[in-house]
Every structure is written in C-alpha cells, then in structure tokens.
Design a protein around this ligand. Structure first.
Ligand SMILES: Cc1cc2nc3c(=O)[nH]c(=O)nc-3n(C[C@H](O)[C@H](O)[C@H](O)COP(=O)(O)OP(=O)(O)OC[C@H]3O[C@@H](n4cnc5c(N)ncnc54)[C@H](O)[C@@H]3O)c2cc1C
Length: 332
C-alpha cells in the first residue's frame, strides 16, 4: 500500500474555465490531504487548459498535472479514460475525487475497472479514518431515505462527489505549487467517437444545479399556470424552479427541470418542495439539500417526514402568504 500517496482531484474545465465542482473538490480534498499529511494534486485535462493551473493552486492544490492536447478538446470517453489511467499510474494517488457530473459518472467506474479497484458514486461527505487512514465515504441509500458510510480496501479509492456538497477554499493567489505537464500520447485511431454537434440548453436565469435556492413543484401544482407562482417565489430568492416527474411528463415545465433519479441532482441551501410527495426517485435528486421545506396537504407525505419544516395545507393558499413574508423579510 505504501506506494499510494496523496489526494487527487480531477478538475473539470467548462468553456475554458475551471468548473465550480473543481474548486469544491479541491476544498474538500485539502482537508483530506491535511488529515493524511499528504499532498493535494489537481489534474487538468483538455485543450488549452494549461493556463488554469495557477487557479487550481490558488484553490489549494500543491501540484497540478496538466494534459493539454487538441485531441482532448471535447470530452470523449475513449480519450479521457486513457489519459486519466496514464495520469493515475504516474501519480499513484491514495484517493481520487471526481464530481458527480456527467463526466465524473462516466469516468469513475471505467477508471476503477482499468485500475482493478472500486468506485463509490454520489458521495456527500468524505473523511479519513484516523486509524486505518482509509477514506470513509458517506452516500445516500434507499433513494435518499438513509445514509451509509462505505470504505474500499483497494487503492486508489475512487469517489464521485455530489455538486455543492463541499466548499471551495478562499482563493489565495499567493499560494505556490508545482505544475507538471504530461503528454497525452493518444492514438487518434483509438478514439471511436466523434463530436458532430453541440447543442447548448438555453437557461433563463441561474442553472438549477447551481441555484442556492430551488423551488420545486409536483403533480399537485396541477398546471403550467400554477408553476408561474413557483417561478415568482424562486425569483425572490434568485433561485431556480425544479419539478418532480409528473409536471415534466405533462409538459407543464421543460423536462430539464426534473429533479431525481432520472433528472438533475441538486444540493441547494434551501429546497422548497411544493405539492410533491417525496417519492424515493425524487429524493434521490434532492436529499443532499441543506434544508428542505415541504408544503403539502398530506401530513403523512414522505416529503413532510424528510423536511426540516413543513406547512400542511393547500399550496394555493399557503404560497402567496409565504411569498409575501419572504418579500417582507428580504426588503427589511
Ligand atoms: C424508473 C423511475 C424513475 C423515476 N424518476 C423520477 C425522477 O427523477 N424524479 C421524480 O420526481 N420522479 C421520478 N419517478 C416517478 C416517481 O416514482 C413518482 O411517481 C413521482 O416522483 C411522483 O411525483 P409527485 O410527488 O409530484 O406526485 P404524487 O406522488 O402524485 O404526489 C403529489 C403530492 O402533492 C400533494 N398535493 C396535491 N394537491 C395539493 C395541494 N393543492 N396542496 C398541497 N399539496 C398537494 C399530495 O398530497 C401529494 O403528496 C420515477 C419513477 C420510476 C419508475
């Protein structure tokens, strides 16, 4: 085991910028590395990403491995898995952190297979066992109705971490670190896919996954019209609107707003769940929220049990008064 050392954070790059999940992983990874007394290593993969190394250092990395190659312009499974395998074999980290994002979810299990180890997906909390020095991985189970702590005996210990469950460190541009460039060494013929087109989803206002406050509606909202009231409340908080599956299936809101097992995973500071029951499939997407408020007419609804606060009654009566109070508090 002695050869595995350090905590490695894979920092995704979106539109030429360090994605927020990267700084979050570096924030969480810093604490793990300190507890182990080992280094925090950032990994940047892409085309034109070398300039971001100093930013990763400012967010807490001691070393940054950079793989910069035009063939890595777009995320493609074949090229990124091959490059990551190469980088990991060079670094031999004890712990590998990736985001619970489309990329992280794709990379982590494939990497684990190639490295003959395991991967835990969708972790909410990580810590180091002081005796064994193993990574303790807390993740939701039973559709978000309970949490379990896992560990793996094989190294490197690979995990994906839910967006917003770790906090970035304050940026400190005076931090010093080492930047190491690695050649991608890719064989273009081994990349079996080609990116033909990219379609950017138009989002008005803040993205659901990035919003500090999410106001989600369920089947009980009853119509697209009803969701307008939820939008108004979300606007007051500078937040975003989400939904359970039925409003998306009924086209009251776009499918991209669905929260849950087959929708988006959100971890806002505040999740206001209006007229939705809190099915296990829905809770899979929102159980990482710091606070849940439920508005529901059924006191036995699962969301009421999961929520920190619940208001029991018809949302049509409760929501206007709730919004008024929020306005009053925000203006005062
Ligand atoms: C494979 C699979 C994947 C799935 N993925 C997802 C997913 O990603 N996300 C998801 O959400 N679902 C998903 N589902 C569907 C899921 O099982 C539930 O059917 C769905 O979450 C229920 O949505 P709901 O809570 O809005 O509706 P309901 O279960 O019908 O609940 C409506 C709630 O609104 C309350 N209510 C009604 N009227 C009012 C009112 N006037 N005022 C206050 N409260 C009111 C009721 O008391 C009730 O609690 C999935 C299902 C499967 C099988």
């Amino acid at each position: 085991m002695a050869e595995y050392k350090g905590v490695m954070a894979y920092c995704e790059v979106t539109d030429g910028k360090l994605a927020s999940i990267g700084s979050e992983l570096l924030g969480g990874g810093r604490k793990l590395a300190d507890d182990l007394g080992e280094e925090l290593i950032a990994v940047l993969v892409g085309s034109g990403v070398a300039g971001l190394a100093q930013e990763a250092i400012a967010f807490g990395a001691e070393k940054v491995y950079v793989v910069d190659d035009p063939l890595l312009k777009d995320y493609q499974t074949d090229s990124y898995v091959a490059v990551m395998e190469k980088v990991v074999k060079e670094i031999m980290p004890r712990v590998i952190l990736l985001g619970q994002t489309n990329i992280g979810r794709d990379l982590a299990p494939r990497l684990a297979f190639r490295l003959n180890t395991a991967a835990s997906l969708d972790c909410l909390e990580l810590s180091i066992d002081p005796d064994s020095k193993q990574l303790l991985q807390t993740k939701p189970v039973y559709g978000g109705n309970a949490y379990a702590v896992f560990t793996t005996e094989h190294y490197p210990q690979i995990v994906t971490v839910r967006v917003k469950s770790m906090s970035p460190l304050e940026v400190d541009k005076s931090r010093k670190g080492e930047v190491i460039n690695i050649a991608a060494g890719l064989d273009p013929s081994a990349i079996r896919t080609k990116v033909v087109d990219k379609v950017v989803e138009e989002v008005e206002g803040i993205k659901l996954e990035d919003a500090p406050v999410v106001v989600s509606g369920g089947r009980g909202i009853g119509s697209a019209e009803g969701f307008k009231q939820l939008e108004e409340l979300a606007k007051l908080f500078k937040g975003a609107v989400g939904a359970s599956r039925p409003p998306c299936d009924n086209a009251w809101v776009p499918a991209g707003l669905q929260v849950g097992l087959t929708g988006k995973i959100v971890s806002p500071d505040l999740y206001i769940a209006v007229a939705l029951s809190g099915s296990s499939q829905h809770m899979s997407g929102c159980s990482g929220s710091k606070n849940i408020i439920a508005i529901n007419k059924d006191p036995e609804a699962n969301i009421v049990k999961q929520a920190r606060y619940a208001v029991i009654g018809d949302w049509k009566k409760i929501l206007p008064a709730f919004a008024e109070k929020v306005k009053e508090l925000l203006s005062g």
